[in-house]
Design a protein around this ligand. Structure first.
Ligand SMILES: [Zn+2]
Length: 215
């Protein structure tokens, strides 16, 4: 592999590829024992992502949510790699005209070779937004970023995303490193710390949109 991994241990290797008009992250996660792999999200112009995946045996592509910037490379990837595509149940309609091969529910186990990811349904940014956990690695799509939650479209969606983050992601081990759909990774430890400061400040019931924990 001519690319530098973000992370590697005896079981897994993780590669990150930034592409498309909104600098989206596409990830390739490989089972080191079998060379089977999974792609997380399909940004536009995924040349390097496809090239790297072709050195492995890619079974599956998981889409964190149905926003178009995470799907611009869908056709290119599915035309060049023989894989099945899954997305959270509540986001599968919005994937039209690309129809997912399977729908993912909360807690579902997704095996690749000798390893497996666990789906965590985290609505808020979209209804079907789903995070994927494997060992100490968490893919968060546009649900959780190092500085705060992903964008919410109204106050109800903001409450939902906060509920998803605080009840399903922040209880994970502090050592978990999360990899979002854009930008750099963060740790659950830092997110827990920032979120506890955010909670202490009085919040309006009407906030939504691009919210940062510490602003
Ligand atoms: Zn999004």
């Amino acid at each position: 592999m001519n690319y530098k991994p973000e992370f590697t241990d005896k079981d897994i290797s993780l590669y990150k590829f930034i592409s498309g008009p909104y600098d989206n992250n596409g990830y390739l996660l490989i089972c080191n024992h079998t060379k089977k792999s999974v792609i997380v999200d399909a940004p536009g112009n995924p040349v390097d992502l496809i090239r790297a995946a072709q050195e492995t045996n890619t079974d599956m592509m998981l889409i964190t949510h149905n926003h178009w910037d995470h799907l611009l490379g869908y056709k290119e990837i599915t035309s060049k790699l023989n894989l099945s595509v899954g997305i959270g149940i509540n986001d599968s309609d919005g994937m039209k005209p690309a129809i997912p091969d399977f729908q993912i529910s909360d807690g579902q186990t997704l095996p690749i070779g000798e390893i497996s990811l666990t789906a965590i349904h985290t609505p808020g940014h979209t209804e079907g937004s789903t995070c994927f956990l494997i060992n100490n690695i968490l893919f968060t799509g546009d649900t959780l970023f190092p500085g705060g939650p992903g964008k919410s479209k109204d106050p109800a969606a903001f409450k939902t995303i906060i509920d998803s983050i605080s009840t399903k992601l922040l209880p994970l081990a502090p050592s978990v490193v999360f990899y979002p759909g854009h930008g750099l990774q963060g740790t659950i430890a830092k997110a827990q710390e920032d979120y506890s400061i955010f909670r202490k400040n009085p919040q309006s019931n009407e906030i939504f949109g691009d919210i940062e924990w510490l602003n």
